[in-house]
Design a protein around this ligand. Structure first.
Ligand SMILES: *[C@@H]1O[C@H](CO)[C@@H](O)[C@H](O)[C@H]1NC(C)=O
Ligand SMILES: *[C@@H]1O[C@H](CO)[C@@H](O)[C@H](O)[C@H]1NC(C)=O
Ligand SMILES: *[C@@H]1O[C@H](CO)[C@@H](O)[C@H](O)[C@H]1NC(C)=O
Length: 242
């Protein structure tokens, strides 16, 4: 723990170089766009371990101590609260596009995640498809063939002659191919009632997603913006690119 604090203090305020694990692209290179795309393809699978120098945690699984997905208005009339959440599969993204636009100050990301699995302890109390529901226990949500695209808008800040960027907004669109829900121990362990609710949610996953898309989107936006901002808080554009 002490070692960790020391190393965090040590890098605080200091600018760092791009770690060797990542490909460096040259902004004046005619093949610049292709290089950035390849750098993203090359980087994604590496996030199965943390990069402390970039303040980047392990992304696969990505751990969240507490997570709340906001209620919808139709099918899911309750906040979905989870603790000790692990998200698996982020590093296995198939990158479709990754592009910096320094003029527009945007980063465009597009990818397909074959499988995103979220596990954790849930606590529910509300209504699902107008049926009262309550319970707590282990839960799991699997997104299959999740298509996602995001346009991150950033601001620049100059420090010691270097340019640092900070993402300020990141509109995101996610289109899952399928969602599978499994919440164990609903209704204090009444298996018949619990199985029923899981079945109803699975049979109607599209309606469920439509109702709570905003909640999911906000969570993913937060993770992505955090990752970007941590990554680029010490790493200037001049160090990230030639
Ligand atoms: C970047 O590319 C330009 C144009 O091809 C070249 O002149 C320059 O030396 C390159 N910079 C580095 C660090 O390779
Ligand atoms: C879920 O979290 C919200 C916000 O923290 C809280 O108001 C609500 O009571 C929680 N619900 C359950 C069932 O714990
Ligand atoms: C996602 O892609 C669609 C279709 O190309 C586009 O219309 C939309 O603006 C994109 N959304 C974001 C947030 O980049």
């Amino acid at each position: 723990m002490q070692l960790l604090i020391l190393s965090v203090l040590f890098i605080f305020g200091a600018s760092i170089k791009l770690p060797q694990n990542f490909l460096k692209c040259n902004r004046s290179d005619p093949d610049w766009k292709k290089c950035v795309f390849e750098a993203a393809v090359h980087a994604a699978p590496q996030f199965t371990k943390p990069f402390p120098e970039l303040n980047a945690p392990n992304m696969d699984p990505y751990f969240i101590i507490e997570l709340s997905i906001s209620a919808g208005s139709k099918t899911i009339q309750m906040d979905q609260n989870f603790t000790n959440v692990k998200i698996y599969g982020l590093s296995r993204v198939e990158v479709i596009d990754f592009a910096f636009d320094f003029g527009a100050k945007t980063i465009y990301l597009e990818g397909i995640f074959p499988e995103i699995k979220m596990t954790g302890m849930y606590k529910f109390n509300g209504k699902v498809f107008l049926l009262p529901i309550y319970g707590e226990g282990p839960g799991q949500v699997i997104f299959r063939n999740l298509k996602a695209n995001m346009t991150a808008h950033y601001e620049e800040k100059k420090k010691n002659g270097k340019t640092y960027i900070k993402v300020v907004s990141a509109p995101l669109k996610m289109i899952p191919g399928l969602i599978q829900f499994q919440h164990d121990n609903l209704f204090d362990g009444d298996k018949t009632l619990g199985d029923n609710i899981n079945q109803v949610m699975n049979d109607n996953w599209q309606a469920v997603y439509k109702d709570i898309e905003d909640g999911y989107t906000q969570v993913v936006q937060k993770i992505t913006v955090n990752l970007f901002n941590n990554f680029f808080s010490k790493l200037s554009l001049e160090e990230a690119f030639d």
